[in-house]
Design a protein around this ligand. Sequence first.
Ligand code: ADP
Ligand code: MG
Length: 780
Amino acid sequence: MQRAGKGRTPRRPKKPSNIEKDPVGVYCRIRPLGGEDEECCVEMISSSTIQLHAPDGLKANRNGEYKETQYCFKKVFGIKTTQIELFEDVAKTLIEDLIHCKNGLLFTYGVTGSGKTYTMTGSPGEGGLLPRSLDMLFNSIGPFQAKRFVFKPDEKNGIEVQNQLDALLERQKRDSQQSVPKTPSSRQRVDPEFADMINPDQACKFEGVDEDCCYSVFVSYIEIYNNYIYDLLEDAPFDPIRPKPPQSKILREDQNHNMYVAGCTEVEVKSTEEAFDVFWKGQKKRRIANTELNRESSRSHSVFTVKLAQAPLDADGDHILQDKSQVNVSQLCLVDLAGSERTNRTRAEGSRLREAGNINQSLMTLRTCMEVLRENQMCGTNRMVPYRDSKVTHLFKNYFDGEGKVRMVVCVNPKAEDYEETLLVMRFAEMTQEVEVARPVDRPICGLTPGRRQRNQAFKDELSRRLEERGGPVNGDPVQLNQLIESLPPLPPCELSDPSDDQTLPRLMEVLERRYRIRQKMTEQFNQTANNMKFALQQFESQFSSKENVLHDQRSKLGEKDKVIANQRTEIERLEKKSKTLEYKIDILQKTTEMYEQDKRSLQQELESREQRLQKELAERRRMEQRMQGVVTDTKLKWERECERRVNAKQLELQNKLWVKDEKLKQLKAIVTENGGASGGPAEPPRKPERPSRERDRNVAQKRSASPTPLSGNVFKTRGGGQAVEFTDIETLKQEDPTAPSRKRRSGSGEGPAQTDDIENRPPVANISSSHGYQKRRRP
Ligand code: ADP
Ligand code: MG
């Protein structure tokens, strides 16, 4: 048996320090509550954030210490998320990576009953990530699959490629051993449980498959229980009388430091149905073992591995290139982890408790590994990661140490009883998101011309078409040979019956010589044509290789661009996250600003209204002042005029009195002189008493008004709502009247004042009412 090539699950040599890394992609899926009346403690508050509320009972216990906690993920899937939506976000790129020779690890994590198995496997009509991944893989590579046994797993985690003949022999051997139909992929054989796992409308396909490669898929299925590994696909003879407990497997490290389960069955599958059939068989075996051995299925981890081997076609595009360096193997591990709840919750006893302890132990180890990895990455430390402490972590060591894409779906049951466990799950998930895994690098492209498969196919199609046109058999060589022979000169009869026959042989020789010459000529012609053809081919090839070089260059450029794009995408993601937090901050600031602005507005309004009131009061006061001034001048004028009038009247009266007295005095004099004159000279004519001149009057008036006492008074409110002014100081009009009683005497006597005095000395009162101006009024 010839072994031409061999490939291994890849682990590349020590990476340079500038290797690109991606964080573990952590997604969260919330399952619906079991019953409507159940208390819910998980709320999805955005497409990437969930919030946990402590259930009522717990709040009371903790004496109000509790607070709501939020957890962010790459994406959160709410209760209405369909299986296909989840698949498209979580697993689709892993399949694309698988086809691009990159490894992937996808696991579900959560408390028992949170939907891990539902998410990974699904149920009829609602296939989970596993059947969908298989479906997408086979939809994509379907027509480019190698024949069975062309790729063949070795016993050391590698895959060999064997030639067509060896593969054919093995196929024949298998067919003779098995009585099963040759095509197990036919729909009729499919397990009814799988029959409608995936709706054909939801079929996914990756269009970027390299058609110049041949592919083969191998699946394996193991279970890790109590830190022992069991092969679920092993065909162990079953002894119904003394059933043997299943044998556990060990982990080994291959040449490239990848961990693998030694002696684990790897089944080559050619279709989704066949692959799922294998999975289902393993699942059944698992169920039986669990029942027989009284194990609890929620405490085991199951790992379904899809291995994809691929190798390029040779230059003809007809067969697989028998070059071991060109065989690539990638794998995707789909892991349904055990329930993450603590032991006490499951109320396990005895050996079960021990088992549960181990399950706990393996998940604990997973957690410790993540913590140490994170610490090493963040702080640049070099603490040893304890992968070897449990089988689960040991098996996947190279994903974290080496390279690959790691994704985790954290399943959450929002019911209140799970709250505390869910809290632990969330913490683990949050921490895991900070672990970074080296991004798988792109494989170098093989140097052969792309499009080989298509060209070969086209050539084959054309050949069979032409042959069909000629109506001849597929193998046309004898026809051409016959035609050629017919075109040569016919051989003469060459039977020698007479020993003396000397004609036949020379004739034959002549014909043969002629034939030889023709043949030589034909050979020459053929050689010339072949040379021409060769030349043309060489030309064609050189053109081709230059084109190929260009293409190669373009490809590598494309690869670089892709890398740049991917980088920018992560940068964008980072910036988006940042912008989200900033937006949140802005939101808060805006709200604060709004509050302040509202305060400001109300204060301004108050200020304005106060100012308005002030203005109004000022205006009122000014009006009042003006009014008061008017009143004062009016009153002053009136009183001046009145005083003048009275002064004049008094003057007149006094003059008259003076005149009368003068007259009397004259008469008296005359009498006296008459008496004397009778005795002396003639009597003088009586003299008219002199009137006081106007000039003197005016002087007096001027003197009086020279220093007018300014009026002053108090404003007081009247009972009717108007205002009144009481003058407290007014110029007192006085005239020295020899007959009038003196002021001193009056005040000293304490008698009631004279009528005139009364009028002059009392302050006049002006009553101002809003409707009637003002009136003079006497005080009672
Ligand atoms: P786990 O594997 O975590 O123990 P399962 O996947 O077995 O949990 O889920 C427990 C039950 O909840 C199953 O009956 C399953 O059908 C149901 N379930 C889980 N997740 C969902 C979901 N997203 N939508 C509907 N049913 C779900
Ligand atoms: Mg389960």
